[in-house]
Ligand binder design. Sequence first.
Ligand code: 5RP
Length: 238
Amino acid sequence: MAAEKDPAKLSKQQVGYAAADRVKSGMIVGLGTGSTAAYMIEALGDRIKAGTLKDIKGVTTSFQGEVLAKQYGVPLTTLDEIDRIDVAIDGADEVDPQLNLIKGGGAAHTREKIVDYLAEQFIVVVDGSKIVDKLGSTFRVPVEVLPMAITPVMRAIAKLGGEPELRMGVRKAGPVITDQGNMVIDVKFNTIDNPGELEKTLNNIPGVLENGLFIGVTDLVLVGEIKDGQPIIREITK
Ligand code: 5RP
């Protein structure tokens, strides 16, 4: 695989590859969604082809992951067929000092939460731009909602002090539709003082399927950065 030229892409590529190197033969691996996780899936496929990785199975978190796994030759399984996930590797939109996350930039946070929370070890792969002091500083909180409940859910979120916005498609007229056939509301909060409480409050609104706050679940964050022109990987643990 040729190294990416663009520094932002190079950081994502290198951290994706570094995470793939941590996967061992025989493991069941949660395959995350997004551009960084895509590099990890590609690298798993390369290791399988090279014979350095054997007998792994992937559990996808999105249609994107399924397509990539098939493209790169990563065998897949489903939650019905397994009783454990050894490691999940996934991207994030924000990471705070407690390793809490905002995810859902790719509208896949519902499936991601199921798979990432089931894993024995959850590794997050990001470039340095995703590290923040406080969740909500740069990214809004994605909330997946059943289409018939969009209006009451938006009202309930506004009552909580959030500014809800229906996520619209790019190069597709109308709203983004998730892999489950639902819609996504992105919510701006002026400050998120207690992300754990907000996660529960949002999920208690009837019609909400899942939100993108991932609290207390991350074991390790790998950060891809460029230092003195060279890509480096920084590790952050709890
Ligand atoms: C998808 C996600 C992604 O992991 C997150 O948006 C990060 O994506 P990228 O690696 O492309 O920056 O949560 O729902």
